[in-house]
Design a binder for this molecule. Structure first.
Ligand SMILES: [Zn+2]
Length: 135
């Protein structure tokens, strides 16, 4: 990644984020929790180290599993962040919220066992039936 920081935000602009280092990984999750939490067919997210990450704005948060807390903009509702409780130094960020939507590219698909049946993945990336740990 280049020297410049990655930045993004929600639809209304109330929530903003900035990462100063490359993500640990970028994965597309097709699990049912991510489908419902995002209201989309999948959740494409980058995992950043919190020490490289800052954010501003009010979010609402809720737990979608014992492991994951989700954060959405408190005003427009854009799904923004997924915080793994067992990895408190990491944060998952929706790559759809990047100001440059092409800045981050996924490296694999996870939970394809639950993917939408109409969705054909043809990007050549590795596909995993279940999850990897969010390391
Ligand atoms: Zn917003």
């Amino acid at each position: 990644m280049s020297e410049s920081a990655l930045e993004g935000g929600c639809l209304c602009g109330q929530v903003r984020w900035r990462a100063t280092a490359a993500p640990a990984n970028v994965r597309v999750c097709h699990c049912r929790l991510c489908q419902r939490a995002t209201g989309g067919a999948f959740f494409a997210r980058a995992i950043f180290r919190l020490e490289d990450f800052e954010r501003s704005g009010e979010t609402t948060s809720w737990s979608t599993s014992p492991r994951i807390d989700r954060h959405a903009c408190g005003r427009c509702g854009t799904p923004m962040f997924a915080a793994p409780r067992d990895l408190p130094a990491r944060i998952g960020v929706s790559i759809a919220t990047c100001d440059d939507p092409g800045a981050l590219r996924p490296d694999c698909h996870i939970w394809v066992s639950a993917k939408a049946q109409w969705l054909v993945i043809a990007d050549g990336l590795p596909q995993f039936e279940a999850s990897w740990s969010m390391d």
